[in-house]
Design a protein around this ligand. Structure first.
Ligand SMILES: CC(C)(COP(=O)(O)OP(=O)(O)OC[C@H]1O[C@@H](n2cnc3c(N)ncnc32)[C@H](O)[C@@H]1OP(=O)(O)O)[C@@H](O)C(=O)NCCC(=O)NCCS
Length: 180
């Protein structure tokens, strides 16, 4: 019998999504063995400040925070997100920005990540953002494949950028893709 896949919708994050989004965030971080959350990181500081930080991203008009939400689920269940932040650190970098994306493990390889990324790129078309960047662990081939399939190219490497608690180092790969 064909497996019935729950359908999902993509939309901008809303206050009612935040508890579920935060839980997903923690789930994805904790999947990475040894990559423990330090206090204050990754929304660890409590729902109220997570909510403030998350919704605060939307204060900048070029930013986006999209969630994939299960339809017909009764309560809100966020199964994926993509976050995009314009680089406003300097006046001359505002044509660039960076994204972060994640999908709940049990809902991967069903096109949720693709739908989130497509929705984000559609949104950025025709606007001031010309380049989207991201960072991905070198030892994350599924994510690297996903980005490459979506037109992202390697821009460089940050060797030993992450030092794990046990002293092991991990490299971060920088990737980018042009809009339009
Ligand atoms: C990277 C990530 C966001 C991709 O999301 P996803 O929802 O799994 O992505 P998609 O389903 O669109 O595509 C992933 C794979 O599923 C396949 N796929 C897509 N739709 C499918 C479907 N309906 N049926 C079967 N396979 C499908 C794709 O071909 C792709 O195959 P690949 O492994 O050969 O590349 C997800 O793997 C993830 O959250 N990883 C953990 C967090 C992470 O690493 N984030 C990135 C940090 S930089």
């Amino acid at each position: 019998m064909k497996e019935r896949r729950p359908s999902f919708e993509i939309r901008t994050v809303e206050p009612g999504d935040l508890a579920s989004l935060r839980a997903l965030y923690h789930e994805v971080i904790d999947e990475d063995a040894g990559f423990r959350r330090a206090p204050g990181e990754y929304g660890d500081e409590g729902l109220e400040s997570f909510a403030e930080a998350t919704l605060g991203i939307l204060d900048t008009p070029q930013n986006a925070y999209l969630v994939a939400v299960l339809v017909d689920h009764g309560s809100t269940s966020v199964i994926g997100f993509v976050r995009f932040r314009q680089n406003v650190s300097r006046s001359r970098t505002r044509h660039t920005g960076s994204l972060t994306i994640a999908v709940q493990r049990e809902h991967r390889a069903r096109g949720v990540g693709q739908a989130l990324l497509d929705a984000l790129l559609d949104r950025l078309q025709g606007g001031p953002i010309e380049r989207v960047s991201l960072q991905v662990f070198e030892d994350n081939p599924p994510a690297r494949r996903f980005y490459e399939r979506n037109g992202f190219e390697v821009s460089g490497i940050l060797p030993k950028e992450i030092r794990m608690e046990e002293g092991r180092y991990r490299h971060l790969i920088l990737m980018h893709r042009w809009i339009g």
